[in-house]
Design a protein around this ligand. Sequence first.
Ligand code: ZN
Ligand code: FE
Length: 255
Amino acid sequence: MSFELITIPCLSDNYAFILFNNENRSALLVDAPEAEPINKVINQKNLNLEKIFITHHHSDHVDGLAKILENHKAITIGAKADIHRLPRLDQYVEAGDKISFENQTGDIFDVSGHTVGHIALYFSSQNFLFSGDSLMALGCGRLFEGTAEQMWHSLSQLMDLPDATLICSGHEYTANNASFALTINPENPDLIKRSEEVKLARTKNLFTVPSTLELEKKTNPFLRPFDKNIRKNLNMIGSTDEEVFSKIRSLKDKF
Ligand code: ZN
Ligand code: FE
């Protein structure tokens, strides 16, 4: 079986993703920010939308759902913890659950922090992680509901995945994230190189998402609170990783 991943820009800076089986056109959609661009891809590629996975309850991830379901009959899946504030879905899941798509098994992770009840979907066979607004390219989601402790725990779990994992995250925030990252880790050569690539990509209107976990681990300051230079720059040599992470998150909020 061969699968293809399509990144679909929606609204002003959101991404939805479609994973589909090349042989029978069966498709899985991750997040539904906006119906029109998603319906367009489904029609153009002649896909059968089988499942829709929602990462979290924010409107920029669910508002397109009703309109997509008008045209396609798909099984909708979201977090059990968010039953009360998600649109009505067919299946509710929590950390440790598995979902199936075209004989592939997807693992559900709890990645609370941005919201409490935020989930991510990981296909180990294909090396895809759909992380929503948890781990993002050179960043992580703002802490609207959860604590820094929760988000650090969430990101730490994701860091244990294979380096080759493709991080499919929910927004095109990478250029701004890069500018911020350079303020606290300007001596990181991989970050400098990536920042230049991101800048160039954005001038050509290219997507900087998805990225790989390997690249995030080398460059994303939210995955590097143990980095000696970051700690030195923040005057936090003796602090815990969680404390440094929390500081980085609060500095980014003000950036
Ligand atoms: Zn969100
Ligand atoms: Fe979002």
